[in-house]
Design a protein around this ligand. Sequence first.
Ligand code: BES
Ligand code: MN
Ligand code: MN
Length: 451
Amino acid sequence: MVDYINSNIHTYIEELKDFLRIPSISTSEQYKNDMLRGADFVAGKLKDAGLKNVKVIKTPKHPLVYADWLNAPGKPTVLIYGHYDVQPVDPISLWDSLPFEPVIKNGKIYARGATDDKGQVYMHIKSVEAYLKTTGKLPLNVKFIIEGEEEVGSDSLENFINTNTKTLRSDAILISDTALYGPGIPTITYGLRGLAYLELQVTGPNRDLHSGTFGGTIANPINVLAEIISKLMNKNGHINIPGFYDDVVKVTKKEKENFKSLGFSEKKFAKEIGVKKLKGEKGYTTLERSWTRPTLDCNGINGGFTEEGAKTVLPSKAMAKISMRLVPNQDPNKIAKLFTKYIKNITPPTVSLKIKNLHGGYPFLTPLDDKAMVAGANAMTKAFGKKTVFMREGGSIPIVTVFTKKIKAPSVLMGLGLNTENLHSPNEHFDLNHFHLGILSSAYFLQEYAK
Ligand code: BES
Ligand code: MN
Ligand code: MN
């Protein structure tokens, strides 16, 4: 089987290119048909791989793809999850090649979705195919559920999990939608941050005004918004919202030691992202800040005159999008309420305020000693020929906690991406050596977990 994978890797890469040519952007109505094409592509490849019951399931937004192979009675069942939707491509001018015309440079494939998450989904389809083509069977039962709304909140999949829990019933969930600790380092991720994402709109006068005639007589919504934002966090990076930290689980000594053993270089990290100096909550290392502490960030801000030159105007409105990354055991709904209450408290009576709760997700943390986690670590160790490390992640995959609660099975995050592969930004790419090792890791996982 390993020989089969090794000798077919070039075909797999060509097929992955076809997958990457489909602009399956989930955020905009404009790509609805491409989303369908994305789902059909996944379904077609699952069928070719030898899976049964392949279905494209319609939803109010974007289709889900389901498939299974359940001919190993008495053996455990693994549910493989991933997403075929991708992020928008803007700003397109910063791409060196077109986002939906994949090119290979220095062993990396460049395209939107290469690492997040099409390349990683494809590894699992090919590992199952290699298994079935070489041995005629799998060592255990496998189900696939591949969604098209991960980047927009996974509403349809959440609904499907709640209403079709039995269909998805499994003993473990295998997910490749995270990163390796570093190039060539086999890694299992055991924690994710959650998310609360809100939008603030501040309105002053009923229309834009001359900044000479009216300047100094009313509150400027942009100034007010800036004032509000400045009150959200103090100098030490501590978030001022009352009750915000109440449910935060402290990082254990053992974890801190594990983080230390990873040999993280703050210098290299800063250099790679091009900042002069790092900044974060006082009293924590960069890894602790990213993996174990909640944050608050402005993701976008808008208001007034932003074109070339100077226009003397007082804007009627100003808007900001604010996200909070959450850690166990913070609850996104509770945090959104606390945030809203605090914002209302600090907003002056000179403006009116609208707050929209855009979306949320629960954080995730799982024990390392579960059978499925051990199988995942062993599988990667075998594929890479190196000992697997464990880490947490600052990003979010909200559906993981829904799986945990409903399916009541452990999720193994066996990600093969790298955080330097520009996910969500221009020139996204995926290391093809990791793609290859990911197919092997996936195949070994089925073997290891079947034991
Ligand atoms: N695959 C990412 C999550 C991720 C990010 C893993 C960074 C490892 C490193 C996922 O597709 C994603 O982008 N998640 C969103 C969730 C949001 C849209 C609800 C995120 O973290 O912003
Ligand atoms: Mn992803
Ligand atoms: Mn993403």
